[in-house]
Design a protein around this ligand. Structure first.
Ligand code: NAP
Length: 311
């Protein structure tokens, strides 16, 4: 596999990458699919997906991803674990460097998605894995019958808060404003849940207790009144959105001010033969189904590109 030239390399195994893999594999491109630090992407960290067409009762995110993975494999997709260190998109075929391995590609589909955003407090960073988490489905279980705090005001925060009510004695949802980005249905569900309490207009200033290597509480500040107080809690889950995973293409592909890859005509980057799909290039919709749709388009364009270049 090393140093071989592949027709299509797909970076990422989330919804967009795996959909691209299904289409590319069915087009006989024998795609090499790179599985990075967060295999399965955001869907693998979620619970019930209720809005993916075709599942009237909903489907668990990890199950949906596993199904896509198997579906692509059935048609010949190959998987390789790897973290992209650097890429040379200036020479053809493109070279992708994964540390000890390098791969050359005639077409590249970037589906590297987006990763969880953190508040950026030193105490928060020191306590990741010790009560600070961005994945309720991964870590919620450890806080059975304990008070848990969720940060954020979007659908992710509502979803995390609702999921964590299974374990927590109480969930406190802290949001920096009193307006919520979350959809009405999710917000209503969270508001109506007896275990969830809302703390709007509030920001976290510090997380205790770095010395003890466990979360024992938060220093909070009300942004309207200025009041500062200590709030006991056993865990802090972040649900404050995501940032695109595109840094490795800085200088080679166009990006917007927040680092999202710029595409034209849905999935084209400025480099012919390099396509981008899913959350790494979509700051507007960010849905599983739109990620899947752009993954399909990227694979179809890759196939067309190869055909036009005599493959
Ligand atoms: P989002 O909609 O961008 O919401 C992020 C939230 O975090 C906002 O309320 C934002 O506050 C807050 N925030 C951001 N940075 C912060 C900081 N430094 N400190 C404190 N708060 C901060 O992100 P998301 O909830 O992850 O949702 C992303 C997309 O996925 C949306 O389109 C959503 O509908 C979708 N989604 C859907 C579902 C579902 O349907 N089941 C589940 C999850 C996600 P401000 O509002 O003040 O900016």
């Amino acid at each position: 596999m090393e140093n071989s030239v592949r027709d299509t390399v797909i970076l990422g195994t989330g919804c967009s990458g795996l959909t691209a893999a299904i289409y590319a594999a069915r087009a006989n491109l024998n795609p090499l699919v790179i599985e990075g630090h967060e295999p399965g992407g955001q869907l693998s960290m979620t619970t019930l997906v209720e809005n993916f067409p075709g599942f009237p009762e909903g489907i668990q995110g990890p199950e949906l991803i596993e199904n896509m993975r198997k579906q692509a494999e059935r048609f010949g997709a190959e998987y390789m674990a790897g973290h992209l260190v650097s890429a040379d998109l200036g020479h053809y075929p493109f070279t992708l460097n994964f540390g000890s391995k390098s791969v050359q590609a005639r077409t590249l589909i970037i589906a590297s998605g987006a990763s969880a955003r953190w508040l950026g407090l030193p105490s928060e960073q020191a306590l990741i894995g010790y009560g600070v988490s961005s994945c309720a489905t991964c870590d919620g279980f450890f806080f059975r019958d304990k008070p848990i705090t969720v940060i954020g005001g979007g659908d992710s925060a509502m979803e995390e808060a609702l999921f964590l009510t299974r374990f927590a004695s109480k969930v406190t949802l802290i949001h920096r404003r009193d307006h919520f980005r979350a959809s009405k249905i999710m917000l209503d569900r969270a508001r109506q849940h007896e275990k969830i309490e809302f703390l709007p207009d509030t920001v976290v200033e510090d997380v205790y207790d770095v010395q003890k290597k466990e979360v024992s509480g938060l220093k909070l500040r009300n942004v309207k009144s200025g009041k500062v107080w200590d709030f006991p809690t056993s865990a802090m889950f972040l649900g404050i959105g995501h940032h695109p995973n595109a840094k490795m293409f800085t200088g080679q592909l166009d990006m917007d001010q927040d680092g999202y890859l710029k595409t034209h005509d849905f999935v084209f980057t400025r480099v012919p033969g390099v396509f981008a799909c899913g959350d790494v290039q979509d700051r507007r919709y960010r849905q599983a189904i739109t990620a899947a749709g752009s993954g399909c388009a990227a694979a179809m364009e890759a196939e067309k590109f190869l055909e036009e270049h005599g493959r």
